[in-house]
Design a binder for this molecule. Structure first.
Ligand SMILES: NC(=O)c1ccc[n+]([C@@H]2O[C@H](COP(=O)([O-])OP(=O)(O)OC[C@H]3O[C@@H](n4cnc5c(N)ncnc54)[C@H](OP(=O)(O)O)[C@@H]3O)[C@@H](O)[C@H]2O)c1
Length: 244
């Protein structure tokens, strides 16, 4: 009988992280989580079913121990503070995860891999506001997430960077659809349920077509996704509208 896959979730106690823990357990994976010590209580519903490594996600020693022997590492990249938190987190995962491991990272549409994304005014304005407020308050550093992703894109690991649209809560609608470039018509609705963002992250573990891709995702029941589906023959899941 094949051994259970061991999956590490870095940032397990956050909203996205907890959904990923649930999806990973549902798929029968052995789950290891990294979260700040003060947030362990948020993982109480999973107590006894997951192994927790307390610590900051950019603590290299914690990450080294947590990812040891893992088949996949799912990392929530969040640009907290002005001390390279995202970059430190990503670099630790890149450095210590086993070379054969699938590495899946989360971020937003603002990250671009090849500069071919086309943004409307509103997301760009939102990004500028976050950048500006982040600099004033020292709470968030978007450029840190940009640098973290630059390092991931440059690595020869089996990475996937999942770029989330605006998020909303609500029951799962199914696996989001994706495309290579923001601006592609399938993505126009710019909305994904957070539970389905997590579903996409976990499903990517088994989807080799996503290796070294930076899919931008959108909910599969959104108007733009449904319109795209109606215009094309239904391919096998997971649906991809990747522009090639
Ligand atoms: N929110 C959106 O609209 C949106 C849109 C597109 C993409 N995304 C992407 O989705 C992912 C998850 O975002 P989310 O908004 O849903 O948040 P989330 O899942 O709640 O994740 C926030 C994470 O940051 C940690 N955190 C909070 N405050 C911190 C601090 N001061 N120092 C260090 N870590 C801290 C949290 O850990 P604790 O549990 O310890 O607090 C948690 O792991 C991110 O990669 C984000 O870029 C979000």
């Amino acid at each position: 009988m094949s051994q259970k896959k061991r999956v590490c979730i870095v940032g397990a106690s956050g909203k996205l992280g907890r959904y990923m823990v649930q999806h990973a357990l549902d798929r029968g994976y052995e789950v290891v989580g990294v979260c700040r010590e003060g947030s362990i209580g948020k993982l109480d519903p999973f107590m006894g079913r997951i192994l927790i490594f307390p610590g900051a996600t950019n603590d290299r020693e914690v990450i080294e121990r947590a990812v040891d022997g893992c088949d996949a590492v799912l990392t929530v990249l969040f640009p907290w503070g002005h001390h390279h938190y995202s970059t430190g987190t990503a670099q630790a995962v890149l450095d210590f995860a086993p070379p054969s491991a699938r590495l899946i990272f989360s971020c937003g549409w603002h990250i671009t891999r090849d500069g071919q994304d086309v943004y409307t005014l509103w997301p760009k304005t939102q990004e500028q506001v976050v950048r500006w407020v982040g600099h004033l308050t020292h709470a968030v550093d978007i450029d840190d997430q940009v640098e973290a992703c630059r390092r991931i894109f440059a690595s020869d690991t089996q990475w996937t960077v999942v770029r989330g649209s605006d998020l909303e809560e609500g029951a799962s609608e199914g696996l989001p659809v994706w495309s290579r470039h923001v601006g592609d018509p399938v993505l126009h609705s710019n909305k994904t349920r957070r539970v389905d963002f997590a579903l996409f992250m976990v499903a990517a573990i088994e989807n080799d077509a996503l290796i070294q891709e930076a899919p931008a995702i959108v909910g599969c029941r959104t108007p733009s996704a449904l319109a795209w589906r109606d215009q094309h023959a239904a391919p096998a899941a997971p649906v991809s509208a990747a522009s090639r």
